[in-house]
Write a protein that binds this ligand. Structure first.
Ligand code: GAR
Length: 187
């Protein structure tokens, strides 16, 4: 059984989608969700889905080895960042080289970098009158949104689209493609 650990900071719709997708799988299991936000909705989702979840603070994540040790004990085959907003520490990446991926709600390298997450991405896309946007799934390295790209897919942006409209289109793309890419990576 391949083991997946998810990191999420907020709502966790992608985390829930991944958990449900692999729920009856014989090959892949989401074993744990980790969050930096003790009030994140993802924790309620995990409770309902009966998946182990844990929140941690910045010290545990990047100053001590607490989160690293939790991860080592979990022995993940893949660490999936699904709406996780903190920069991943290099010393953790080193231990899990090539095993940490992220989803970003834009066509990187466009609209990436610090502060570019969630609705801020869609607002920028609309403000710049883009005619298309999309999602990027990529490996994580020490810089925000810069690791090797695994998968991208696009959707159109109409002149009449609001940032909320774009967010909805992106959400649908994420729901459809993210679990399939995770599955493919683990095969
Ligand atoms: C997703 O759209 C994800 O692509 C984005 O945050 C959202 C999380 O939603 N990630 C980033 O912006 C990372 N820079 P969720 O919590 O409902 O899965």
């Amino acid at each position: 059984m391949k083991r997946v650990v998810i990191f999420a900071s907020g709502s966790g719709s992608n985390a829930e989608n991944l958990i449900k997708f692999f729920h009856n799988s014989d090959n892949v299991s989401v074993i744990q969700v980790l969050t930096n936000n003790p009030h994140a909705k993802v924790l309620d989702r995990c409770k309902n889905l009966k998946v182990s979840a844990l929140s941690f603070n910045r010290f545990a994540f990047s100053k001590s080895k607490d989160v690293l040790n939790v991860l080592k004990a979990s022995e993940p085959d893949l660490i999936v960042l699904a709406g996780f907003l903190w920069k991943f520490p290099e010393f953790i990446l080193k231990e899990f080289e090539g095993k940490v991926i992220n989803i970003h709600p834009a066509l990187l390298p466009k609209y990436g970098g610090k502060g570019m997450y969630g609705k801020f991405v869609h607002e920028a896309v609309v403000a710049n009158k883009e005619t298309e946007t999309g999602i990027t799934i990529h490996y994580v390295n020490e810089n925000y949104d810069e690791g090797a790209i695994i998968f991208q897919t696009k959707c159109s942006v109409l002149a009449s689209d609001t940032a909320e409209d774009v967010a909805h289109k992106i959400h649908l793309l994420e729901m459809e493609h993210f679990p399939k890419i995770v599955k493919r990576l683990l095969e």
